[in-house]
Design a protein around this ligand. Structure first.
Ligand SMILES: C[S@@+](CC[C@H](N)C(=O)[O-])C[C@H]1O[C@@H](n2cnc3c(N)ncnc32)[C@H](O)[C@@H]1O
Length: 247
């Protein structure tokens, strides 16, 4: 079933992409919006509950602000909290994030299991970035937060990585913008390549469900088709959006 959660102020909530650590609203407001989004995911049967450690999220946030080199990012504080919470609740042993740029999107997911925000132990958390110089920076950033190597960044095409990964992939995060031919349409290629390795109940997260909805139309139609995903929620908490779907 397809549903939508829309925060009342989603289109006026704005961050400076070049100053991502600046607070954009009172913390209580951020927590309330994300809690409602999590409750919508519980109501859809995608998450078992909406509880996560708020202090750990702040420890994660501070470590990223101190240790990561981020030239720009479109991950808002609300989105960072939502991604962290989904992973903290779902606790995937294997999570793959496709198109991680400098690593901020990846660590927003992986930070639930590594670094000072860790609340569980994972097995393999893989960030994939096709541009070697960006992958190098992302790996450098991630190493400053996770010395263990459980979270790692590969310089590769995400389609190849999910094809070659043994799985099971319990959380798949999509943010790759493809090439001139594929563009954001690559989300569907990555998901369909990973699909057989994703067990029932696994979750796929697609960034830009709002501002790239047109370019993602084939992807969104596929995950919103009950023949494919048992539930899909368009979480509209900022101008980018996140489609959260469960197998
Ligand atoms: C727009 S960025 C994502 C930025 C992210 N939303 C943030 O705010 O930090 C998309 C990234 O996907 C990468 N990319 C494009 N195609 C890819 C592919 N096939 N596999 C892995 N990464 C890919 C691009 O190089 C780019 O760094």
């Amino acid at each position: 079933m397809f549903t939508e959660y829309r925060a009342g102020d989603w289109d006026s909530y704005r961050m400076d992409y070049h100053n991502p650590h600046q607070a954009v609203e009172p913390l209580g407001q951020e927590i309330a919006v994300v809690s409602k989004a999590l409750e919508a995911l519980v109501a859809a049967g995608i998450l078992p509950h909406a509880d996560y450690d708020h202090d750990k999220l702040l420890e994660h946030r501070q470590a990223v602000a101190e240790r990561f080199e981020i030239p720009w990012t479109a991950i808002t504080p609300r989105m960072q909290r939502l991604l962290y919470a989904i992973n903290a609740i779902k606790q995937p042993q294997v999570m793959i994030a496709a198109g991680v740029f400098c690593g901020n999107t990846f660590i927003s997911n992986a930070g639930a299991a590594v670094g000072p925000g860790a609340c569980y132990e994972a097995k393999d958390l893989v960030g994939v970035e096709i541009k070697p110089e960006e992958a190098e920076r992302a790996e450098r950033n991630v190493r400053r937060l996770d010395p263990t190597g459980i979270a790692r960044v590969l310089a590769a095409d995400a389609v190849d990585v999910v094809r070659e990964h043994p799985g099971p992939i319990e959380v798949l995060y999509l943010d790759a913008d493809g090439d001139a031919a594929r563009g954001k349409g690559i989300y569907l290629d990555i998901l369909q390549t990973a699909w057989d390795k994703m067990p029932a109940g696994s979750i796929v997260l697609a960034h830009n469900s709002v501002n790239c909805a047109e370019r993602l139309q084939h992807y969104l139609a596929w995950v919103r088709n009950p023949a494919n995903c048992r539930a899909s929620v368009n979480v509209i908490i900022d101008g980018e959006g996140l489609e959260v779907s469960a197998k």
